[in-house]
Ligand binder design. Structure first.
Ligand SMILES: Cc1ncc(COP(=O)(O)O)c(C=O)c1O
Length: 435
């Protein structure tokens, strides 16, 4: 069976709105550490980890063995109608790690459902369906999660159970606030929040949901401290803060365990997904007990936090903490960020090399302008693949190359990937200038 056959069969039976990466799509058939192999036997260093989800890497013995131990009990699933030891243990760990006092945890299967649950408890707690969300955000694909998503490409329906008012993100490069100097952007974003509350809401807003670093949005972030400045205003009205840590959690940013910590504030609710299962379907919401208890009916997820996924989650978190992967993300991320800034940061087509830890983006523009260049981003992306490196793409305009490697990345692998990235960017940039 060739990948070509599989591609034709894929196209015949799966919907076209579920995109495939690359002009010649790849089937990955095996993996170990930070490397994967495709059906043609080509090997790649993986800097995207299935969208920041293979957080510890491929085929990690400690995680495989924990899952095998659970499988060997014969219990894959029981439903949450019965006590699940792995689930309780994982909830205890996450409650402790969350930084939220007296926390409760509800497990789901995806980031979408985690945000849906956070929005459910926030709207019930506040008896309001008015929500503040941030431009250029992504929170998932259900009606409510899509309803708080500020990105046209990911908004497949305008149907929305929520009343949403939109805030400026405060990012450095794009949007109205980007015209202001860094030192004024927090004040301007707070002014925007006050104005939005006064002009677009009935005052009794349920919550603000925000990503500390916008993932799908292209790894853009507001100045550190904005969440705390926002929270001061939110507290005046009793409005809750939800930090969507689906991409930024578990030490990926290197400097902190959670993205929210860069802002000097603790959210009322935090949502997590992706990396915690290292590929097993595991996600959830953790929050203050009085908020999380605000569900006036039975709410039940058949698979949420099932014995296999929570066995994986416990093994992932133990591995992460025992090996201090946060520190590794800081160390290897710095090699990548410094190397990229030095080698390609000065090119006219590179608007910015940005990010924290192992969450790094390169934004491409038409030389010496701010006009997005998604064509160049795609060329670089394909050139990386040809060079043996898997990366991601994103940004509102599709012009950002995104890197989110497993947090176990070694310094040697960081240098190897850096060399491929620099080669790809330089050769595509000079081909564009020559054309
Ligand atoms: C920040 C953020 N929130 C929520 C989601 C939705 O997660 P899922 O695809 O698991 O539903 C994503 C997925 O990319 C995300 O990046």
């Amino acid at each position: 069976m060739t990948t070509d056959d599989l591609l034709a069969r894929h196209r015949a039976v799966l919907p076209s709105w579920m995109p495939l990466y690359y002009s010649e799509p790849i089937e990955l058939v095996s993996g170990a550490g930070r490397r994967v192999t495709d059906a043609q036997g080509r090997s790649y260093l993986d800097f995207f980890g299935g969208v920041l989800t293979n957080m510890v890497g491929y085929d990690i013995p400690e995680i495989r063995e924990a899952v095998e131990r659970q499988l060997a009990t014969g219990i894959v699933h029981t439903s949450t109608l019965y006590l699940i030891r792995q689930q309780v243990e994982l909830a205890e760990k996450i409650a402790r790690l969350s930084g939220i006092p007296d926390a409760r945890v509800f497990f789901t299967n995806s980031g979408t459902e985690a945000n849906e649950a956070a929005l459910l408890v926030a709207t019930n707690h506040r008896r309001s369906h008015q929500i503040l969300a941030v431009r250029n955000s992504y929170h998932g694909r259900s009606y409510a999660a899509m309803g708080v998503t500020g990105n046209r490409s990911w908004t497949a329906s305008a149907l929305n159970p929520l009343q949403v008012a939109w805030l400026h993100s405060g990012e450095r490069l794009r949007g109205l606030l980007s015209r202001l100097p860094e030192s004024d952007r927090i004040d301007a974003a707070v002014e925007d929040l006050r104005e939005v509350l006064a002009t677009q809401t009935a005052g009794d807003v349920a919550c603000l949901i925000a990503e500390p670093i916008q993932g799908v949005g292209g790894f853009v972030a507001p100045p550190d401290g904005l969440f705390a400045a926002w929270k001061k205003v939110l507290d005046e009205h009793g409005i809750l803060l939800i930090s969507d840590e689906v991409q930024t959690g578990w030490g990926r940013t290197g400097e902190h365990f959670w993205g929210y910590e860069a802002h000097g504030v603790t959210p009322d609710l935090l949502t997590f997904a992706k990396g915690v299962g290292n590929g097993f379907a595991l996600a959830g919401v953790v929050g203050r007990a009085d908020v999380l208890e605000s569900v006036p009916a039975i709410s039940f997820s058949t698979f949420g936090g099932n014995p296999v996924s929570t066995a994986a989650g416990n093994a992932v978190l133990d591995y992460l903490l025992n090996h201090d992967l946060q520190a590794n993300a800081a160390r290897t991320g710095a090699i990548l960020a410094d190397g990229l800034r030095t080698a390609v940061g000065g090119l006219g087509c590179v608007a910015e090399v940005r990010g924290k830890g192992l969450m790094l983006g390169v934004e491409f523009v038409r030389p010496a302008t701010m006009e997005p260049d998604p064509v160049l981003a795609t060329r670089v992306f394909e050139a990386c693949r040809a060079g043996g490196l898997l990366a991601g793409k994103g940004g509102l305009h599709g012009n950002v190359l995104r890197m989110g490697p497993p947090l176990t990345l070694t310094e040697e692998e960081a240098r190897e990937g850096l060399a491929i990235l620099v080669d790809a960017i330089r050769s595509c940039a000079s081909a564009e200038v020559a054309a």
